[in-house]
Design a protein around this ligand. Sequence first.
Ligand code: SF4
Ligand code: SF4
Length: 305
Amino acid sequence: MQTRLADWIRDTPAGVEADAILRKCVHCGFCLATCPTYLLLGDELDSPRGRIYLMKQMLEGAPVTRRTQLHLDRCLTCRACETTCPSGVEYGKLVDIGRNVIEEKVERKRGDRLRRWFLKTTLPHRPFPGTLGVAMPEPGEHSIVPPSRFGGNMDIKHLRTGVKLFLPVGVEGALFSLGDTHAAQGDGEVCGTAIETAMDVILRLTVRRDFTIDAPQYHLPAGAEMEDAQASFHVCTGVGPDLMECSRDAVRATIAHLGDRYGLERQEAYAVASVAADLRIHEVVDAPNWVVGAFIPEAIFEGGR
Ligand code: SF4
Ligand code: SF4
């Protein structure tokens, strides 16, 4: 689309970036179908295309109000719209710029400021990378959105400091990568976004040839799951497009793990899983694949904590 940004922003770094992004948008509306706020509210101004228009008007100098701010506030910054945009519009960068500008232009009411401050200070910050994975063996390009049995965008909030993650290796050299760093997120990441943030991550990579797994597993040291619960857990995951199948895969992997690690017969391990393992949904938003984890507490075995 054509743009004519206002003098006060045109030649700033933010203005140059916003202008380039706005010009890529052809207003086709393909992004609307993937926007959760548009699907929920049905208002064009709560869609990516509508918000792009609002930001364009604001950056061109049109007056903005609390109403404009509300439509930008409602955006979840999930960036699902970017995945369907044929023009490569970097909506996430644009909305960051738009929000910074509108904070300068529209003063929030005291109650709103207090509510935002309260949420910011009371939400527990438990940082972790949402994406940790190795390359899949299937040839070709792969979307970075859905996780796979080789990891990827698993959004497992428990993969934090001190946790060991085990991934199957699909290609020579594994080609490990990580990203999508989150400051806080609940199990399931139900609306499609966490508190997205920049992060430095330090990790140690080791190649293990002494066992094989079909899907990611991880080990939570004592105290990592809940600071007040001094138990450690081994977690087997199931990854795929059906939650029931994911649950079955996680339980099957748990049975295999209990056999390998503790020498349990399959039927014994199945019974132990039934009485002691907790199934948890790690994520249900990175279509088409979901992730279920089966948590087995190690304290129930001799020598475990
Ligand atoms: S952001 Fe992309 S998909 Fe959405 S209206 Fe603009 S060009 Fe179309
Ligand atoms: S980032 Fe998410 S909520 Fe915001 S406009 Fe895009 S799809 Fe909609």
